[in-house]
Design a binder for this molecule. Sequence first.
Ligand code: FES
Length: 119
Amino acid sequence: MSQDSPRLTRLIACSAVPEGCAVQVEIEGRAPLAVYRLEDGYYVTDDTCSHGEASLADGEVLANGEVECPFHGGSFDIRTGEARKYPCTVSIAVYPVSIVDGEVWAELEPARHLENNKE
Ligand code: FES
């Protein structure tokens, strides 16, 4: 995919996302996103927890590739969006990422949700 693809949206410079952390990115006209930098690359999910109105970018990125919600301690798999720890039971959307010229781009439509939501 190229930078010119209409399906890709520029989110943030790679250098603005420290390893092992998440950064909230706001795109006009849609709910905020969270951009994560893990040991194997960058990932993008919806930023708002499926259990409440918490920003997952304010949560803790765990060594096992999960993000822990700052409100009630539930967690999600950052790579798949799967809800991993109660009280989170509904997955969050994940978006394919491309790195172009040192910037994180994502394919935001359509959002990908796991088929196996527990609710
Ligand atoms: Fe995220 Fe409750 S709002 S676990």
